[in-house]
Design a protein around this ligand. Structure first.
Ligand code: ADP
Length: 646
């Protein structure tokens, strides 16, 4: 920061924080499919600023007088080539100017910058919409931006200036009343006067008509009046200006009285997303607690979906008055991708986040909203399976968290789930799976512990495949957690096909028994067990060697002995800094496999060293089939080559 004292004014110069610089660079140099968003963003900021002053006014008498009659004015000056967005909201102090406009505090900004840099220029507009880059989008149309602001809490006003080149200045002065003017000095290039909409460059943003159109299109729902002042037009003496926006609360109107476009534009207004939503939910609850909700499922997941701190998208209104953004008490974590508005008829206007948490009505709204969303998803799954599949691919992993955290809706959530399955080829639901279960099948078979592609090629599936029995391939990390929480579905237990003692329906057949008997008689299993127990290393948790009924084409596989150790347990041990208790495993050998038959036949003449080599080979093969690395690749290859040579 440099200080430059002049007799009349004190100008301070600052550098943008490095991430802010990068975002600005991208704003200035990228090509946008829709530059109009700058106005939507600035009007949103102005509306937020008036909201904030109103909320502060409820708590602080000194501010309550200022908080009346919020309004936004957009002034277009063709001669000066400026567009000014003015509000009489909360304003900013000098320090707030520095931290709000000079830095980017939002989580996920690093991801944004990376995504922007990776994406082709033509895709960037989508990303900007998704991140709601806000104030910086001014630089899409302006080569210089001036912000004149006065905080409702302070005595001074400030003028902020930047050309987006990495630095900005702040000097005192500029405003009598609290609020903010954002002055865009519109670029010469691109925004050619009179340029038409279809042309190469930008629209004529210096036309009052264009500005009105954009406001009507994107900001009609803003709850404060927005006036457009076009300095080029001669002012009629006594014409009373009327607001450009209708200020209608879309969510209280019956669905039949609103248009598709209105719903879509409102979605963009609340989410700053550029695309259309995937689904809209209009809901009116009556009874113990009354509220309106207008909710949306976005058509793509936000970048921060898996960050718990990620922005939750529910705005709370009370009787048509905006109360707060990001109201997490109204929607469960596992529906955190839902965006929109909840408007309560009976909460008290001076509610705070703390009071809200304690209010019984909050919990009622939350459970009402949850039930409604789950119901909409259920219908979507039934009526529009293709859309639902898309939804599930994007948000399914998050929704499954609800099986653990929301015991009340567990069944409903489980019914939504779609899984890869070994035989069906496509996705199956639990209901679908159960309806195809044979008489003798005792549980819902699943395999977990890897991606579903990895699981699909596991040797553990062989016997099931041979008998045409479907196995769910649970490839999401969350699957291992919820399956333990749930335990069963519709009275059928979940059964892991990697556990030691499972009953495979229609198992056996004489040929299988015959082979197993022969192998048992050869004594090879006990000899191999002895050898395996001496191996150590990653084989140290192998407790037994047995003949298998679940293998068809593969010679060996590992199965779990007893209860597998849950991921939660593993995390717990890790957090306590303790070594993990290792899972106990059994090496199963396929009695009908030529390799096993050969080892059995020759084991009579084998010395203990050679048996140990065979044991190491089988353990290595089982690891590879499970998608695990072989412990010592070099030794393994040597053993393999040695045995092949014989
Ligand atoms: P966002 O609005 O998504 O937080 P912006 O970059 O648009 O991001 O704005 C950053 C911050 O600057 C806002 O959160 C707000 O605190 C402040 N700000 C922007 N415009 C105004 C305004 N017109 N009045 C008061 N504060 C504002």
């Amino acid at each position: 920061m440099q200080r430059e004292e002049t007799p009349e004014e004190k100008i301070e110069q600052f550098e943008f924080q490095s991430e802010a610089k990068q975002v600005l660079e991208l704003m200035i140099h990228s090509v946008y499919s829709n530059p109009d968003i700058f106005l939507r963003e600035l009007v949103s900021n102005a509306s937020d600023a008036i909201d904030k002053l109103r909320i502060e006014g409820l708590k602080d008498d000194a501010l309550s007088g200022l908080a009346k009659d919020g309004k936004i004015t957009v002034t277009v000056d063709r001669e000066q080539r400026t567009i000014t967005v003015s509000d009489n909201g909360i304003g900013m102090s000098r320090d707030e100017l520095v931290s709000y406009l000079g830095t980017i505090a939002k989580s996920g900004t690093k991801d944004f910058i990376r995504a922007m840099q990776e994406a082709a220029a033509s895709d960037n507009a989508d990303l900007i919409g998704q991140f709601g880059i806000g104030f910086y989008s001014s630089f899409i149309v302006a080569d210089k931006v001036t912000v004149i602001t006065r905080s409702a809490r302070g005595e001074e006003s400030w003028i902020w200036n930047s050309s987006g080149d990495g630095t900005y200045t702040i000097k005192p002065g500029g405003r009598e009343a609290c609020g903010t003017d954002v002055v865009l000095h519109v670029k010469e290039s691109g925004a050619a006067d009179g340029a038409d909409d279809s042309g190469e460059g930008m629209k004529d943003y210096l036309s009052g008509w264009t500005i009105r159109e954009i406001i009507k299109r994107y900001s009609d729902f803003v709850s404060y009046p927005i006036y457009v002042d076009d300095t080029a037009k001669e002012k009629k003496e006594d014409a009373k200006p009327s607001p450009v926006n209708s200020m209608k609360a879309l969510w209280v109107r019956p669905e039949s009285e609103a248009t598709e476009d209105e719903y879509k534009d409102f979605y963009r207004h609340v989410t700053h997303d550029w695309e259309d939503p995937m689904e809209r939910i209009v809901y009116r609850a009556e009874g113990t607690t009354e509220f309106h909700a207008l909710l949306y499922i976005p058509s793509r997941p936000p970048v921060d979906l898996f960050y718990r701190e990620g922005r939750h998208g529910i705005q709370l209104y009370i009787r048509r008055i905006f109360i707060m953004n990001d109201c997490r008490d109204l929607i469960p974590e596992y529906l955190r991708f839902i965006k929109g508005v909840v408007d309560s008829e009976d909460l008290s206007l001076n509610v705070s986040r703390e009071l809200l948490q304690q209010d019984r009505r909050t919990a009622l709204i939350k459970s009402g909203v949850t039930r409604k969303v789950l119901d909409v998803l259920r219908k979507m799954k039934e009526d529009r399976p293709d859309d639902f599949k898309k939804f599930w691919d994007m948000f399914g992993a998050v929704v499954k968290e609800g099986i653990i955290s929301d015991a009340k809706n567990r069944e409903a959530i489980m019914k939504l789930c779609l899984f890869d399955a070994s035989e069906s080829g496509g996705r199956v639901s639990l209901d679908g799976y159960v309806s195809l279960m044979g008489e003798s099948q005792k549980g819902i078979f699943f395999l977990s512990g890897g991606t579903s592609e990895m699981l699909a090629s596991s040797p553990k599936l062989e016997a099931f495949r041979k008998r045409g029995i479907d196995v769910l391939l649970l490839g999401d990390p969350i699957d291992e957690l919820w399956i333990q929480a749930a335990g069963s579905f519709g009275g059928h237990d979940f059964v892991s096909i990697s556990s030691e003692d499972i009953e495979i329906p229609g198992e056996g057949g004489d040929a299988g028994h015959e082979a197993a008997k022969k192998i048992e008689e050869s004594g090879i299993t006990s000899k191999l067990k002895e050898a395996v127990l001496k191996l150590g290393g990653s084989a140290a948790n192998i407790e037994d060697v047995k003949t298998s009924s679940r293998l068809v084409d593969s010679p060996v596989t590992f199965v779990q002995k007893g209860e597998p150790i849950s991921l939660q347990m593993k995390r717990l041990f890790k957090s306590m800094g303790q070594d993990l208790p290792s899972d106990k495993r059994v090496l199963e050998i396929n009695p009908s496999h030529p390799l096993i038959e050969k080892i059995a036949a020759e084991s009579g003449d084998c010395g203990p060293d050679e048996l140990k080599e065979w044991a190491a080979l089988l353990v290595g093969l089982a690891s590879i089939a499970d998608g695990e690395p072989v412990e010592n690749g070099k030794d393994f290859t040597k053993t393999l080559v040695g045995l092949l040579g014989k």
